[in-house]
Design a protein around this ligand. Structure first.
Ligand SMILES: *Cc1c(COP(=O)(O)O)cnc(C)c1O
Length: 338
């Protein structure tokens, strides 16, 4: 039986059609700027999202790091959510590699950062303080879609306060599909955006950072410094292009399957549904039964990730179909109702 893997949308495997696109890709040496497929992907995303230039990189972590290092100099500061990927889940890279100080502030429950709290965190211009340069947002954040009017307000706020505004848009297209708008309506508020093609879009590897030509020039230099200058990467870029052509609209299916999963878990004894947002479902189960639940699900070829918390995050994606969702619900039911 095939695994139903709900740990993350990073686990998707390239489809046969995607592999064929990779096989047929034209390639060149990207450090020389000569990989035609990489160049096409970069320009396509820049054009689609309303920016001058793009840079193809191996991971979202590197893409965010290059953005932070291109917006900020040594001794500068970025304001970021305390539970944001660019603060909490990237190994402290901005501080370690960029000498950039993070200023975390708590998220509101919808994933926004209150602009009053951001304003209060901006440092005066004074040698005592790091220089506050940048505000970083994340959309979707733990599946939650940031409201479009909030993005407009964050844009206006950063213009008034002369801060740059970066979006960690690892799941930008999930947000766009959920809002039923073109991705550009989200990205138009930002100075730079990082997009992952390797999550729900299903490419094996790759993120793209978009911004002004000057910003992307800096980022290209930092990418080389970070060891991310790659050569015939067109085979990977071809997978990303295939993902953009074929896997964007279908994100709605992942969202619908998350709704179905949440509906099935809502009234199940022993399970507390905390919420469903885009392709993610959050539930609490009794902490002392987590290991046993994990083993029970594995016996039915279902993978979940169990951390230290009783909260489970179940993620739908390209490789989870309707039958998979039903198998998950049957398995939860047989565990909690026996
Ligand atoms: C996955 C993810 C990233 C980047 O992750 P990589 O594994 O480095 O590609 C960045 N931000 C968010 C919100 C993510 O979920």
């Amino acid at each position: 039986m095939d695994w139903v893997d709900l740990r993350s949308d990073t686990v998707t495997k390239p489809t046969r059609a995607m592999r064929e696109a990779m096989l047929n890709a034209e390639v060149g040496d990207d450090v020389y700027g000569e990989d035609p497929t990489v160049n096409t992907l970069q320009q396509r995303l820049a054009d689609d999202l309303g920016f001058e230039a793009g840079l193809f990189v191996p991971s979202g972590t590197q893409s965010n790091l290059l953005a932070l290092m291109s917006h900020c100099e040594r001794g500068d500061e970025y304001i970021v959510g305390a539970d944001a990927h660019t603060y909490k889940f990237e190994g402290g890279g901005a501080a370690v590699l960029g000498s950039i100080q993070p200023q975390p502030i708590p998220h509101d429950s919808d994933g926004t950062l209150s602009l009053e709290k951001v304003a209060a965190a901006i440092k005066p211009v004074d040698p005592h303080f790091a220089r506050t340069r940048l505000l970083t947002l994340e959309n979707t954040w733990h599946g939650r879609v940031l409201p479009l009017d909030y993005l407009q307000a964050a844009h206006d706020f950063t213009r008034e306060r002369t801060l740059s505004l970066h979006l960690d848009g690892a799941r930008l297209y999930n947000a766009a599909i959920a809002c039923n708008v073109a991705a550009r309506e989200i990205t138009s508020h930002f100075d730079s955006v990082s997009v992952c093609l390797s999550k729900g879009l299903g490419a094996p590897v790759g993120s793209v950072l978009v911004g002004s030509a000057a910003l992307i020039d800096k980022a290209r230099r930092w990418r080389k410094v970070a060891g991310g200058g790659w050569r015939q990467a067109g085979m990977l870029a071809a997978a990303c292009m295939h993902a953009l052509d074929h896997h964007v609209a279908r994100l709605a299916d992942d969202h619908a399957r998350a709704v179905r999963l949440a509906d099935g878990l809502r009234d199940m004894p022993g399970v507390k549904l905390l919420g469903q947002y885009t392709n993610m479902v959050f539930v609490d189960v009794p902490a002392e039964r987590l290991r046993e639940l994990d083993a029970h699900l594995r016996a039915a070829s279902i993978r979940i990730s169990i951390g230290y918390l009783p909260t489970l995050r179940l993620v739908t994606h390209l490789d989870v179909d309707d039958a998979g969702v039903e198998r998950v619900l049957d398995s939860f039911r047989s565990f909690f109702e026996r």
